[in-house]
Unconditional design. Structure first.
Length: 300
């Protein structure tokens, strides 16, 4: 039997912009025919996607404030040659169970501002429905602030997501919080990286386990990048699970020491003789020396 695949995407997009207003709509028609020599199941491999968005901005591009509305509808048997939406940026939702089908729809409301040099916030509210799996209400906050003086630079990503589960009529709450704090004082640099995420269900089952995880990673760096740098770091990892009560399932501590030295050598001499005189040039050769020591993590 000869089997031949036929896959097609037809994409049509319309965009409109006037001053601070941006509007757009895009439709994609997809086919994924696994046997072009047969009419069997020809109807069940035709599908599509529909997206629509709107933005209202004020101020210059680099320092604008905006409000945006995004809608996306995916039908069940969609086939895409590439990823249409930026789900790679949604790693904070990775704890949630993936859907067996692409069928879903979502609506996002986003407010953000770049008007201030020292602080750039963005807030997103989402409603998403995945048939047969769950409906989701989520809140995501992104915040970046520049450091000044004794005040550190902050980078925060915090997400809360509530799910109404179809399988047992229960619900779940997912939390994701990622924080980066950094101080810079000439030859001294201190950084703190912290992460906490959890997933809790109203009904605990074997297939829907509750989990918590946190990581703390302080780092201290001394020196100047052009000459010599030394870094001392520590990582604390903890995993918890819940059957009836929260218990520790794994934990580890890791210590790391790094040192890098850049030296300049004048040992190479190149001579070039001309009728008038002898020209000598010193070649400056940079040599990098890197030392890294990572102590095996202690765990239990």
């Amino acid at each position: 039997m000869c089997i031949r695949d036929r896959r097609n995407n037809a994409d049509l997009a319309l965009k409109y912009g006037y001053k601070g207003l941006e509007l757009g709509v895009e439709g994609i028609y997809t086919t994924n025919d696994k046997n072009t020599f047969s009419t069997l199941d020809d109807e069940d491999n035709r599908s599509g996607l529909l997206t629509a968005w709107g933005r209202l901005r004020s101020g210059e591009d680099a320092r604008s404030s905006w409000v945006g509305l995004d809608f996306e509808r995916r039908w069940e048997k969609s086939f895409l040659f590439s990823q249409q939406s930026g789900y790679a940026e949604e790693y904070d939702l990775s704890l949630l169970a993936p859907a067996d089908s692409l069928a879903q729809w979502r609506l996002d409301l986003t407010l953000g501002s770049g008007a201030w040099e020292a602080w750039k916030p963005q807030l997103t509210l989402r409603y998403r429905d995945i048939p047969g799996l769950y409906s989701q209400k989520a809140l995501r906050l992104l915040s970046k602030s520049a450091g000044k003086g004794v005040f550190p630079a902050l980078d925060l990503r915090s997400t809360l997501s509530w799910q109404d589960l179809v399988s047992d009529g229960g619900s779940s709450l997912m939390q994701y919080n990622d924080l980066s704090v950094r101080w810079d004082f000439n030859w001294f640099n201190a950084k703190l990286l912290a992460n906490y995420n959890s997933l809790e269900h109203s009904h605990i089952t074997a297939s829907e386990a509750d989990s918590r995880y946190y990581r703390v990673n302080p780092q201290i760096t001394l020196g100047v990048a052009k000459t010599s740098l030394s870094q001392l770091g520590f990582i604390q990892d903890n995993n918890f699970r819940k059957d009836t009560d929260w218990v520790s399932s794994a934990s580890s501590q890791t210590y790391a020491l790094k040192h890098r030295t850049t030296t300049v050598s004048y040992t190479h001499l190149r001579a070039h003789e001309t009728p008038e005189h002898l020209v000598c040039r010193l070649l400056l050769v940079k040599q990098n020396h890197l030392f890294t020591a990572v102590f095996p993590p202690s765990s239990h």
